[in-house]
Write a protein that binds this ligand. Structure first.
Ligand SMILES: *Cc1c(COP(=O)(O)O)cnc(C)c1O
Length: 338
């Protein structure tokens, strides 16, 4: 980042941003790519570049684009149509229904997928499913976008090259600041024509930055040296899940990637109390719903850290059980969270 060659990305170009863009385009087998300040802006630019006002963006109901980004409809004028799914994969019959008979007779302009799927506990969509969504959408005249914020995690889990996943979509967004560890940024990739449009849109959104090579340099480290180590995060997530499932009252998913969701409903303690209790033992987790916790493994964690986390969970679980014995009806609500 200190030594990156810099230019003006809004004027005659920034050489480091250009290197990142062509590197990502090559990795994903796409003609062109565009560096954006966030994956959220990448998704927004992809939607704006491929839809018009009053058209439909069709997406799986628990996808990030639907649950966390559809406020963008107030800018795009697009209508977001959620499709029920299982493990992040849209129900294909329901998708076909919507494509054949779009609600309100709006045009279904864009179909979006997400892999690995954040809300589905980091599951990687099977390539066969992605191809089916692609073919179905194409047959009905819709473009296809992939929210691949965690695409590299999916590629590692499926043991395929990233381009094999990207081949199932017209456009794809990646996030550089999740498991890939860059401090910021995302990249959106696609055809020359669509990315040229996205570049104009990024300017309108205020996402064009002058000496952006400083940030792009970290993006280059992310794509060149962080992808190969994601496997470690996945192994540690499995280790964590195994450890947690051995603790009474906890139920964790068997992670395909680096996200472990823990169902705490059988412990008599809700997620926020679990978060506070674990925090007091130095373990950071996120509440995902009233009864679900979300843990993510990453570059800064070792096997020992995972073991420490499991011990913290076990200790909180023991105090929860003790509290339940003391006040059977009140559960853990009044227990010592220390
Ligand atoms: C994090 C995330 C995003 C947004 O990425 P930012 O770079 O934080 O804007 C989009 N989609 C998914 C699936 C994500 O996990």
């Amino acid at each position: 980042m200190l030594k990156a060659p810099l230019g003006d990305d809004g004027l005659d170009g920034d050489p480091t941003a250009e290197e990142l863009e062509s590197g990502v385009a090559t990795l994903l087998g796409k003609e062109a790519a565009l560096f954006v300040p966030s994956a959220t802006m990448g998704n927004l630019a992809a939607i704006l570049a491929q839809t018009a006002r009053q058209e439909l963006v069709v997406t799986e109901a628990s996808s990030h684009i639907y649950t966390a980004e559809r406020g963008a409809a107030t800018f795009t004028g697009a209508f977001y149509e959620p499709i029920a799914g299982a493990a992040g994969a849209m129900n294909l019959e329901r998708l076909e229904q919507v494509l054949v008979e779009p609600p309100g007779r709006l045009k279904a302009a864009l179909v979006c997928m997400e892999t690995s799927h954040n809300n589905a506990g980091g599951t990687a969509l099977p390539l066969e499913h992605m191809r089916q969504v692609h073919d179905l959408s194409r047959r009905h005249g819709a473009s296809i976008h992939l929210d691949g914020a965690r695409l590299f995690n999916a590629a590692v889990a499926l043991r395929v090259v990233p381009a094999a996943i990207a081949a199932c979509t017209d456009t794809v967004t990646i996030c550089l600041s999740k498991g890939l560890s860059a401090p910021m940024g995302g990249v959106v990739a696609g055809t020359n024509a669509v990315i040229a449009r996205a570049r104009v849109i990024r300017k309108m959104l205020g996402g064009t930055q002058r000496q952006v090579g400083i940030a792009a340099a970290a993006g280059l480290v992310a794509i060149n040296s962080m992808v190969a180590r994601l496997e470690e995060d996945h192994r540690r997530a499995s280790l964590l899940s195994g450890g947690l499932n051995a603790i009474a009252g906890l139920r964790a998913n068997s992670p395909q990637t680096n996200i472990v969701q823990v169902d705490v409903s059988a412990t008599g303690m809700d997620a926020s109390l679990w978060v506070a209790s674990l925090l007091s033992k130095g373990v950071l987790v996120r509440p995902w719903s009233r009864s679900l916790l979300r843990c993510v493994t990453h570059r800064h964690l070792s096997d020992v850290d995972v073991e420490t986390a499991v011990q913290a969970f076990a200790s909180v679980s023991r105090s929860a059980a003790a509290a339940a014995r003391r006040t059977p009806s009140a559960g853990m609500q009044s227990a010592d969270v220390g």
